[in-house]
Design a protein around this ligand. Structure first.
Ligand code: NI
Length: 249
Protein backbone atom coordinates (compact mmCIF):
# COMPACT_ATOMS: atom_id res chain seq x y z
CA UNK A 1 0.00 0.00 0.00
CA UNK A 2 1.51 3.31 -1.08
CA UNK A 3 0.55 6.60 0.50
CA UNK A 4 0.68 8.59 -2.73
CA UNK A 5 -1.67 6.12 -4.44
CA UNK A 6 -4.15 6.16 -1.54
CA UNK A 7 -7.02 8.49 -0.72
CA UNK A 8 -7.31 10.25 2.63
CA UNK A 9 -10.15 7.97 3.80
CA UNK A 10 -7.89 4.98 3.08
CA UNK A 11 -5.11 6.48 5.19
CA UNK A 12 -7.63 7.26 7.93
CA UNK A 13 -8.72 3.61 7.85
CA UNK A 14 -5.10 2.39 7.89
CA UNK A 15 -4.46 4.47 11.01
CA UNK A 16 -7.19 2.50 12.79
CA UNK A 17 -5.06 -0.63 12.49
CA UNK A 18 -1.50 0.75 12.45
CA UNK A 19 0.32 3.97 13.24
CA UNK A 20 3.56 2.81 11.59
CA UNK A 21 4.84 3.38 8.07
CA UNK A 22 7.97 3.03 5.95
CA UNK A 23 9.47 6.09 4.27
CA UNK A 24 12.12 5.24 1.65
CA UNK A 25 14.94 7.77 1.74
CA UNK A 26 17.56 8.13 -0.97
CA UNK A 27 19.58 10.50 -3.08
CA UNK A 28 19.84 11.81 -6.64
CA UNK A 29 23.53 11.56 -7.44
CA UNK A 30 25.95 10.16 -9.98
CA UNK A 31 26.52 6.42 -9.78
CA UNK A 32 29.43 5.93 -12.17
CA UNK A 33 29.35 5.40 -15.94
CA UNK A 34 26.57 2.77 -16.02
CA UNK A 35 24.61 3.55 -12.83
CA UNK A 36 21.38 5.57 -12.70
CA UNK A 37 21.31 8.94 -10.94
CA UNK A 38 18.32 7.71 -8.96
CA UNK A 39 20.02 4.51 -7.72
CA UNK A 40 20.00 5.33 -4.00
CA UNK A 41 16.31 6.29 -4.08
CA UNK A 42 15.24 3.46 -6.40
CA UNK A 43 16.79 0.67 -4.27
CA UNK A 44 14.89 1.34 -1.02
CA UNK A 45 11.75 2.33 -2.96
CA UNK A 46 11.59 -0.92 -4.92
CA UNK A 47 12.26 -3.09 -1.86
CA UNK A 48 9.76 -1.16 0.28
CA UNK A 49 7.04 -1.23 -2.40
CA UNK A 50 7.30 -5.02 -2.74
CA UNK A 51 7.35 -5.49 1.03
CA UNK A 52 4.32 -3.20 1.32
CA UNK A 53 2.38 -5.10 -1.35
CA UNK A 54 3.25 -8.46 0.16
CA UNK A 55 2.51 -7.67 3.81
CA UNK A 56 -0.04 -4.81 3.61
CA UNK A 57 2.37 -2.21 5.01
CA UNK A 58 2.02 1.48 4.24
CA UNK A 59 4.91 2.98 2.27
CA UNK A 60 5.27 6.76 2.14
CA UNK A 61 6.55 8.82 -0.76
CA UNK A 62 10.29 8.50 -1.38
CA UNK A 63 12.44 11.26 0.08
CA UNK A 64 14.52 11.16 -3.07
CA UNK A 65 16.99 14.03 -2.82
CA UNK A 66 19.42 13.68 0.07
CA UNK A 67 22.85 14.77 1.18
CA UNK A 68 25.28 14.37 -1.74
CA UNK A 69 27.48 17.49 -1.97
CA UNK A 70 30.54 15.37 -2.81
CA UNK A 71 28.92 14.21 -6.06
CA UNK A 72 28.26 17.74 -7.40
CA UNK A 73 31.26 17.49 -9.76
CA UNK A 74 29.11 15.21 -11.96
CA UNK A 75 26.16 16.43 -14.07
CA UNK A 76 22.71 15.51 -12.81
CA UNK A 77 23.51 15.33 -9.10
CA UNK A 78 21.08 17.25 -6.87
CA UNK A 79 21.74 17.73 -3.17
CA UNK A 80 20.31 19.25 -0.03
CA UNK A 81 22.68 20.86 2.47
CA UNK A 82 22.70 18.88 5.71
CA UNK A 83 20.79 21.67 7.52
CA UNK A 84 18.09 21.73 4.78
CA UNK A 85 17.75 17.97 4.91
CA UNK A 86 17.35 17.97 8.68
CA UNK A 87 14.62 20.63 8.39
CA UNK A 88 12.84 18.79 5.55
CA UNK A 89 12.85 15.44 7.37
CA UNK A 90 11.45 17.16 10.42
CA UNK A 91 8.60 18.68 8.40
CA UNK A 92 7.81 15.27 6.85
CA UNK A 93 7.74 13.66 10.29
CA UNK A 94 5.69 16.51 11.85
CA UNK A 95 3.10 16.18 9.06
CA UNK A 96 2.80 12.43 9.56
CA UNK A 97 2.68 12.75 13.36
CA UNK A 98 -0.15 15.25 13.15
CA UNK A 99 -2.28 12.47 11.63
CA UNK A 100 -1.31 10.01 14.35
CA UNK A 101 1.69 8.19 12.93
CA UNK A 102 4.13 7.57 15.76
CA UNK A 103 6.34 4.85 14.28
CA UNK A 104 8.34 6.10 11.28
CA UNK A 105 10.79 3.69 9.70
CA UNK A 106 13.12 5.55 7.34
CA UNK A 107 14.45 3.00 4.87
CA UNK A 108 17.70 4.36 3.54
CA UNK A 109 19.69 3.89 0.33
CA UNK A 110 22.57 6.35 0.79
CA UNK A 111 25.43 6.43 3.31
CA UNK A 112 25.67 10.25 3.10
CA UNK A 113 22.16 10.50 4.57
CA UNK A 114 23.08 8.82 7.85
CA UNK A 115 24.57 11.86 9.62
CA UNK A 116 21.79 14.36 8.71
CA UNK A 117 19.05 11.78 9.34
CA UNK A 118 20.49 11.05 12.78
CA UNK A 119 20.55 14.80 13.50
CA UNK A 120 16.94 15.09 12.25
CA UNK A 121 15.92 12.35 14.71
CA UNK A 122 17.57 14.34 17.53
CA UNK A 123 15.50 17.41 16.52
CA UNK A 124 12.26 15.44 16.30
CA UNK A 125 12.80 13.72 19.65
CA UNK A 126 13.71 17.07 21.23
CA UNK A 127 10.36 18.52 20.14
CA UNK A 128 8.58 15.49 21.60
CA UNK A 129 10.41 15.99 24.89
CA UNK A 130 9.60 19.69 25.01
CA UNK A 131 5.95 18.67 24.89
CA UNK A 132 4.88 20.15 21.60
CA UNK A 133 3.48 16.81 20.56
CA UNK A 134 1.73 16.32 23.91
CA UNK A 135 3.15 15.39 27.28
CA UNK A 136 3.05 11.78 28.45
CA UNK A 137 1.49 10.53 25.23
CA UNK A 138 2.41 7.32 23.49
CA UNK A 139 6.09 7.58 22.80
CA UNK A 140 7.39 8.36 19.38
CA UNK A 141 9.68 5.90 17.65
CA UNK A 142 11.96 6.56 14.70
CA UNK A 143 14.34 4.21 12.96
CA UNK A 144 16.88 4.53 10.18
CA UNK A 145 17.74 1.30 8.39
CA UNK A 146 20.13 0.95 5.47
CA UNK A 147 18.76 -1.59 2.99
CA UNK A 148 22.11 -3.36 2.58
CA UNK A 149 22.30 -3.92 6.33
CA UNK A 150 19.09 -5.92 6.62
CA UNK A 151 19.85 -9.43 7.90
CA UNK A 152 21.01 -11.74 5.12
CA UNK A 153 21.35 -9.11 2.39
CA UNK A 154 25.09 -8.48 2.62
CA UNK A 155 25.70 -12.25 2.43
CA UNK A 156 23.78 -12.48 -0.86
CA UNK A 157 25.70 -9.47 -2.28
CA UNK A 158 29.06 -10.97 -1.30
CA UNK A 159 28.15 -14.28 -2.86
CA UNK A 160 27.08 -12.62 -6.13
CA UNK A 161 30.05 -10.24 -6.26
CA UNK A 162 33.07 -11.66 -4.45
CA UNK A 163 35.30 -9.16 -6.35
CA UNK A 164 34.50 -5.54 -7.30
CA UNK A 165 31.44 -4.91 -5.13
CA UNK A 166 33.03 -1.63 -3.95
CA UNK A 167 31.49 1.10 -1.82
CA UNK A 168 29.96 3.55 -4.32
CA UNK A 169 28.17 2.62 -7.54
CA UNK A 170 28.34 -0.93 -6.21
CA UNK A 171 27.62 -3.93 -8.40
CA UNK A 172 24.73 -4.81 -6.04
CA UNK A 173 22.90 -1.48 -6.08
CA UNK A 174 23.25 -1.16 -9.86
CA UNK A 175 21.82 -4.69 -10.18
CA UNK A 176 18.80 -3.76 -8.05
CA UNK A 177 18.03 -0.78 -10.31
CA UNK A 178 18.47 -2.92 -13.45
CA UNK A 179 16.00 -5.42 -12.02
CA UNK A 180 13.55 -2.57 -11.37
CA UNK A 181 14.12 -0.81 -14.71
CA UNK A 182 15.59 -3.31 -17.21
CA UNK A 183 15.15 -0.84 -20.09
CA UNK A 184 17.51 1.60 -18.37
CA UNK A 185 20.50 -0.76 -18.44
CA UNK A 186 23.73 0.69 -19.84
CA UNK A 187 26.58 -1.42 -21.11
CA UNK A 188 29.86 0.36 -20.47
CA UNK A 189 33.44 -0.92 -20.41
CA UNK A 190 35.03 0.03 -17.05
CA UNK A 191 38.53 1.55 -17.04
CA UNK A 192 40.18 0.62 -14.76
CA UNK A 193 38.16 -2.55 -14.21
CA UNK A 194 37.99 -1.90 -10.46
CA UNK A 195 37.79 1.73 -9.37
CA UNK A 196 40.18 3.30 -6.82
CA UNK A 197 39.31 3.76 -3.15
CA UNK A 198 39.99 6.71 -0.83
CA UNK A 199 38.44 9.31 1.46
CA UNK A 200 35.35 11.40 0.67
CA UNK A 201 35.74 15.18 1.01
CA UNK A 202 34.40 17.95 -1.24
CA UNK A 203 33.15 17.70 -4.83
CA UNK A 204 36.36 18.80 -6.59
CA UNK A 205 38.53 16.47 -4.52
CA UNK A 206 36.08 13.63 -5.20
CA UNK A 207 36.22 14.10 -8.98
CA UNK A 208 40.05 14.15 -8.91
CA UNK A 209 40.25 10.94 -6.85
CA UNK A 210 37.40 9.07 -8.57
CA UNK A 211 37.32 10.38 -12.16
CA UNK A 212 34.36 8.28 -13.36
CA UNK A 213 32.49 8.44 -10.07
CA UNK A 214 32.90 4.86 -8.83
CA UNK A 215 34.65 3.91 -5.57
CA UNK A 216 36.22 0.46 -5.42
CA UNK A 217 33.61 -1.15 -7.66
CA UNK A 218 33.16 -2.91 -10.98
CA UNK A 219 29.44 -2.37 -11.69
CA UNK A 220 29.75 -3.82 -15.21
CA UNK A 221 28.97 -7.12 -13.41
CA UNK A 222 25.43 -5.87 -12.65
CA UNK A 223 22.47 -7.80 -14.09
CA UNK A 224 18.70 -7.75 -13.48
CA UNK A 225 18.81 -11.44 -12.42
CA UNK A 226 21.33 -10.69 -9.68
CA UNK A 227 19.28 -7.68 -8.66
CA UNK A 228 16.21 -9.89 -8.28
CA UNK A 229 18.06 -12.18 -5.84
CA UNK A 230 19.08 -9.18 -3.74
CA UNK A 231 15.58 -7.69 -3.78
CA UNK A 232 13.98 -10.99 -2.75
CA UNK A 233 16.33 -11.35 0.24
CA UNK A 234 15.78 -7.71 1.22
CA UNK A 235 11.96 -7.82 0.96
CA UNK A 236 11.77 -10.82 3.30
CA UNK A 237 14.12 -9.19 5.81
CA UNK A 238 12.36 -5.80 5.60
CA UNK A 239 8.93 -7.26 6.38
CA UNK A 240 10.31 -8.99 9.50
CA UNK A 241 12.34 -5.97 10.64
CA UNK A 242 9.50 -3.49 10.10
CA UNK A 243 6.93 -5.68 11.83
CA UNK A 244 9.10 -6.00 14.92
CA UNK A 245 9.73 -2.22 14.83
CA UNK A 246 6.00 -1.48 14.50
CA UNK A 247 4.86 -3.82 17.27
CA UNK A 248 7.72 -3.44 19.76
CA UNK A 249 8.11 -0.73 22.42
NI1 NI B 1 24.54 4.38 -3.98
Amino acid sequence: MQLHLSSWPEIEAYLQRSTALIVPIGSTEQHGPNGLLGTDAICPEVIAKRAGDEAGLLVGPTFNVGSAQHHLGFPGTITLRPSTMIAAMKDWADSLMRHGFDRIYWFNGHGGNIAPATAAFAEIYADASFGRIGANGRSLKLQLKNWWELPGVMGVCRELFPVGEGSHATASEVSVTYFAYPDAQKHVEMTPKIAPTGPIRDADDYRRRFPDGRIGSDPSQATPEKGQKIVEAAVKALIADFQSFASGD
